[in-house]
Design a protein around this ligand. Structure first.
Ligand SMILES: *Cc1c(COP(=O)(O)O)cnc(C)c1O
Length: 361
């Protein structure tokens, strides 16, 4: 059924004029500015993937009974296109995003999109909107997503879906040296449980995490850290980033896969750390141990990581009425080294020994 899907391309007739685009690109935050086009592909039971379009970015027409609006059958990806120092446009490990999208779809009982179709869709959007790639430190954030748009209120996997890709030029998350963030460790809320959707990139996980993130902000913190749902003991991850601990021995510790989201940044940093001769252990790490290791000086650095922020150093930790700092509360050398190694590959200023860059012709 999944025969080759042909894209129809309808270039926008309402493109943002170049001077306006230049002004927008001059003042980028995260996820506020969007490019001229979008890609959309439909799926229907019995038909498979069909009606693939590259066209002007515009609102969807959704039936009020669309399943996604009621039962949240929705998944997404987050990836970036970079302009390398050599002037080419590259994606970073996009096959990993395609595969994770398939795994998320399987968990949410949604159709599996072939890897080639996912990559084709993403590349087409980058190509038609390449003028939106910021110069310098910025990048083009790509957001592939899929939702159930069958108009039906019965509870079962929908039989109609829309896959879409939109793009948003983003600035450097950190200008120069990144300032360490403060995290709030919640005892009250869980992000994911065994058998749940923690490893799937679905909007519902975020919906469930927002109240804890709001609590973190209320407590004067930047981000929330979730513990495991069963014991409220083991560190899992932040609302949208994985976490690493750098021990005095030089060993890196990061929570194992299972209920956490398998971050591509996480996997890449594990590989880069091992390339640099560091020992990396994927093992459960308790909040109690975190606090004790920080107090005893055995824990030197902590950082969060994900596509959007790349690497975000964690300087301070709040839990209930207690607070503690990591080292001096400043960015540590291992955090800096790993961030530079990863960004260096993405921007083409360092060799790419693992073949992670995918050049867009
Ligand atoms: C997307 C995401 C991450 C980071 O994944 P990357 O592939 O590194 O961008 C981490 N945690 C959650 C909950 C996420 O949704």
């Amino acid at each position: 059924m999944d025969h080759k899907v042909d894209f129809q391309v309808f270039p926008s007739e309402n493109m943002v004029p170049a001077p306006d685009r230049a002004r927008l690109l001059d003042n980028l935050g995260f996820g506020k500015v969007f490019t001229d086009h979008m890609v959309a592909v439909s799926w229907e039971a019995g038909k498979g993937w069909h009606e693939a379009h590259v066209r002007e970015r515009r609102p969807f027409q959704l039936d009020p009974a669309s399943a996604v609006l009621h039962y949240a059958q929705e998944i997404f990806e987050g990836m970036k296109a970079y302009r390398t120092e050599q002037g080419s446009i590259v994606l970073f490990r996009p096959e990993e995003n395609a595969r994770r999208f398939q795994n998320s779809a399987a968990r949410l009982a949604m159709p599996i999109m072939p890897e080639e179709l996912f990559l084709d869709a993403v590349e087409r959007l980058v190509r038609i909107d390449r003028e939106w790639l910021p110069a310098g430190e910025g990048s083009l954030y790509l957001r592939p997503f899929m939702f159930a748009d069958e108009a039906f209120l019965g509870v079962r996997p929908a039989n109609r879906y829309t896959f879409c890709v939109i793009a948003s030029p983003v600035g450097a998350y950190f200008k120069g040296g990144a300032k360490p963030i403060t995290v709030w460790v919640t005892d009250k809320y869980s992000r994911a449980a065994p058998g749940g959707t923690g490893a799937a990139k679905c909007g519902g996980n975020y919906a469930a995490s927002l109240i804890a993130q709001a609590e973190a902000i209320e407590k004067g913190c930047d981000q929330v850290v979730f513990l495991d749902a069963a014991e409220h003991r083991w560190v899992e991850e932040l609302g949208g980033m994985n976490i690493f601990f750098v021990m005095e021995s030089g060993t890196l510790v990061t929570p194992p896969l299972g209920t956490i989201l398998p971050g591509i940044t996480r996997a890449s940093l594990i590989a880069l750390a091992r390339d640099a001769g560091m020992n990396v252990e994927e093992k459960p790490y308790s909040f109690e141990q975190w606090r004790d290791d920080a107090a005893a000086g055995r824990l030197k650095e902590v950082f969060a990581c994900g596509t959007a922020a790349v690497v975000a150093p964690i300087g301070h930790v709040h839990h209930g009425d207690n607070r503690f700092s990591i080292g001096s509360g400043e960015v540590g050398p291992v955090t800096r080294q790993l961030r530079e190694a990863l960004v260096g590959i993405q921007k083409g200023s360092r060799p790419d020994p693992h073949g992670w860059l995918h050049v867009i012709a």
